[in-house]
Design a protein around this ligand. Structure first.
Ligand code: MN
Length: 311
């Protein structure tokens, strides 16, 4: 029987077990051979303003089917991309259960030498990666820093009574011993300003980054040898990612973020990254933000694939 266009769209990029694969239209790899492991993390519990982040991973994977394999420099897809399938029942439980399940997926990718690429979901999901990295037995425990792109510093100790709020995620990471470098911040509470200062956290805020057109960074000498990158799409200017819960004017440029990540990749080995806070249905029928997220992810894979940085 002939498939309708909607059914065809659904089938496009889906593997034999029925899991829709990131760029599955072009790339087919087993979990073992793939360098990149996509980990969908559709968490939406503590979102404070616009909603819809739980639909982020599916929208990104759908949009990825439209990507070309050439990213402008190389073909990162040739290194293999495999989309993992976290246990749905664990994800429907509490935030703690959700994070535990995603942490398991990330840890299993990391320890087998893959590069986990997590798709949010609200920013709280990054905590699963921070915990996986910091586990005892992890090859990266105590040796990893976070490069954090965001409009918000996410350094609150508690927000709306919730220590697992998206607004607290970098604070939780810092408490796990992960050193931070923040870029693009333009919305901070006074206690967060103080916390950054008292704890010597590195940052280049949005106004400085944009006005001086900063396209490279230099890590402090004591910054750890491995790097995990956490990208909240609201770190970009909202003209690039309007579909996000808490947009802030005056954000980073598209190529600017790429150049900064390229400069980071020359100094530290990138072990994984996430792209979070895409909220597709704040703009029904508007796919530009979904596609931008898919393109960003593929381009960062390219930067990692071409990086020669070894610790
Ligand atoms: Mn944010």
């Amino acid at each position: 029987m002939a498939l309708s266009n909607t059914e065809k769209r659904h089938e496009y990029g889906t593997d034999k077990s029925g899991v829709k694969q990131f760029l599955g239209s072009e790339v087919s790899s087993s979990a073992e051979e793939a360098l990149f492991h996509i980990i969908p993390a559709p968490l939406e519990k503590s979102v404070s303003y616009g909603t819809g982040t739980s639909k982020g991973p599916a929208a990104i994977i759908e949009a990825s089917q439209q990507l070309e394999k050439w990213d402008g420099f190389s073909v990162p897809g040739d290194r293999g991309i495999f989309t993992r399938n976290p246990d749905k029942s664990a994800l429907s439980g509490s935030t703690e259960n959700f994070l535990e399940e995603i942490e398991k997926e990330i840890y299993s990718s990391l320890k087998d030498g893959h590069v986990p690429v997590m798709l949010g979901g609200e920013h709280t999901v990054s905590l699963a990666a921070f915990k996986a990295i910091s586990r005892s037995g992890s090859p990266f425990a105590g040796k990893t820093g976070i490069l954090h792109f965001d409009a918000h510093s996410d350094l609150r100790d508690i927000y709306e009574g919730d220590r697992l709020s998206h607004a607290c995620v970098m604070r939780r990471g810092f408490e796990l011993g992960l050193q931070l470098f923040q870029i693009g911040i333009r919305s901070l509470s006074p206690p967060e300003v103080l916390f950054r200062k008292e704890n010597g956290i590195s940052f280049i805020d949005a106004r400085e980054a944009v006005e001086k057109n900063i396209s490279s960074i230099a890590f402090p000498e004591d910054f750890p040898e491995y790097l995990y990158i956490s990208i909240d799409v609201d770190g970009f200017d909202p003209s690039i990612f309007p579909a996000t819960g808490t947009p802030e004017p005056g954000g980073l440029g598209w190529y600017q973020v790429h150049s900064i990540i390229e400069s980071a990749a020359k100094q530290r080995k990138i072990i994984g990254f996430d792209v979070v806070e895409l909220a597709p249905f704040t703009h029904p029928g508007f796919h530009a933000s979904d596609f931008a997220a898919a393109r960003l992810i593929y381009n960062v894979m390219g930067i990692i694939e071409r990086s020669t940085c070894k610790p």
